[in-house]
Write a protein that binds this ligand. Structure first.
Ligand code: SF4
Length: 72
């Protein structure tokens, strides 16, 4: 399982919600939030993390805490 987090650096561009709609949604605060975490590994999450203009998405292994996102 992976833990998915979005930092306050998020500017609400919606890129992640568009590329991985099951894993990110824009909240009332105008920022992206993962609807559920931890989640099963999904390459779409890593794609969203790689596409985020603010590098605001962090993905870690739920068991080990090891980063699996491209920004380590
Ligand atoms: S792609 Fe990044 S900046 Fe844009 S909504 Fe998602 S987390 Fe926020």
């Amino acid at each position: 399982m992976w833990n998915v987090a979005v930092s306050p650096a998020c500017i609400g561009s919606g890129v992640c919600a568009g590329s991985a709609p099951g894993h990110f949604a824009i909240g009332a605060d105008g920022r992206s939030h993962p609807p559920a975490t931890p989640v099963d590994p999904d390459d779409a999450i890593l794609g969203a993390a790689a596409s985020c203009p603010m590098e605001a998405i962090t993905v870690t292994d739920a068991d080990t805490g090891t980063h699996v996102d491209p920004f380590i």
